[in-house]
Design a protein around this ligand. Structure first.
Ligand SMILES: Nc1ncnc2c1ncn2[C@@H]1O[C@H](COP(=O)(O)OP(=O)(O)OP(=O)(O)O)[C@@H](O)[C@H]1O
Ligand SMILES: [Mg+2]
Length: 338
């Protein structure tokens, strides 16, 4: 889908703003704090159904009663999001009003934030969030697995702290977590294997050297089956009782990048790390296209000017089939799109 325009009202610092988009590359430039990221946030929300950085009551312009986003695509399709102070939110798409954005109107987005450049050295929870969001766009089922898992995990953790705790009571939650956890592992391993098929090759095309890069999932257990998972939960039960939370499971996974066989964080240079992240974004966009048949819209928030010329060129070249929207403090000149 190609975006034609995005109109926002009472969205963060914007009372009203209209962005008209080009089919290929659109530039948004402005001072720090002028509201550039907010525009990408509005686009993302109308395409994915929620913001990538905040909840609605933080987004609504201070002292306003509502905010509104109207996203129009070149084929005439339109999505309108209205949030009213107090919590009521509606999506209007295809003449239907819904409380959540219907799957049919969700379109893939590859978002590239400055913070992503620090992905390799970020915490396991940040890395999980990053890949959960990415895999969720590839596989609707994955998002629903995750939300079911998280609900069950919350219940088990509450039980661990409650006076009604017993081995028996916790058992049904163990079974549920094992069933969902194993499925989540499967998806994660599958997607990582797909990424690894191309990571080195794409990395080399950006960095122009002979290094190898691999992504791997670090799990607390080698076993991938439900009974193994269940055993681990049971083995950790006494510890969990003392801690008051569940210490084993997919919510503790970590992701590691290996650069020439050793941990990239600590061995790869800053520039190499950047190339790894850029490679990851290209693969993400390709995987989305392969999985959904749709070329994702690419939102580059402030990263373009962070990168050197080689990596900028790689970005332009690799995303030449995508609609790209770039924000930058300085106007980026001479972006060759051909
Ligand atoms: N709910 C809100 N109501 C009014 N203003 C807000 C609200 N939320 C954030 N702001 C303001 O909006 C501005 C932030 O906008 P945004 O993050 O989009 O800026 P930016 O142009 O991306 O900045 P930078 O270049 O620093 O990344 C800040 O000045 C912030 O104080
Ligand atoms: Mg910004």
């Amino acid at each position: 889908m190609i975006i034609k325009s995005c109109k926002i009202t009472n969205f963060r610092s914007h009372e009203f703003f209209e962005l008209k988009c080009w089919k290929e590359t659109t530039m948004i430039s402005g001072e720090n704090g002028s509201g550039k990221t907010s525009i990408l946030e509005a686009i993302y929300e109308a395409m994915r159904g929620k913001s990538f950085r905040a909840v609605d009551k933080e987004i609504i312009k201070r002292d306003a009663d509502f905010y509104r986003v109207e996203l129009e695509y070149v084929d005439g399709e339109k999505v309108v999001v209205v949030y009213e102070k107090g919590g009521k939110k509606t999506f209007l798409a295809g003449d239907k009003k819904t409380a959540r954005l219907a799957k049919k109107y969700r379109y893939p987005v590859v978002l590239f934030e400055p913070d992503d450049l620090n992905l390799l050295s970020s915490s396991p929870s940040h890395k999980r969030e990053y890949f959960d969001r990415s895999f969720g766009q590839l596989d609707d089922n994955y998002s629903s697995l995750l939300s079911r898992y998280n609900k069950a995990l919350k219940q088990r953790n509450e039980l661990l702290k409650s006076e009604f705790l017993s081995g028996e009571a916790v058992f049904s939650w163990n079974v549920m977590l094992a069933r969902l956890g194993v499925k989540i592992w499967k998806v994660r391993e599958e997607k990582i294997a797909k990424i690894d098929e191309r990571l080195t090759e794409v990395y080399r095309s950006i960095a122009g050297d002979e290094d190898t890069v691999f992504l791997r999932l670090v799990r607390d257990s080698e076993a991938m089956d439900e009974s193994g998972y269940l055993r681990e939960l049971e083995r950790n039960f006494e510890k969990d009782k003392i801690l008051g939370y569940t210490s084993f499971g997919v919510h503790r996974d970590n992701y590691e990048f290996l650069f020439n066989g050793v941990l990239a964080d600590g061995s790869a240079s800053r520039g190499e790390v950047r190339s790894i992240v850029v490679a990851l974004k290209f693969i993400e966009a390709d995987m989305i296209l392969a999985a959904t048949g749709k070329a994702p819209v690419v939102l580059l928030d402030d990263v373009f000017s962070e990168l050197d010329e080689t990596r900028q060129k790689a970005l332009v070249y690799n995303f030449k089939k995508n609609q790209v929207i770039i924000t930058s403090v300085n106007a980026v000149e001479d972006i060759e799109t051909s």
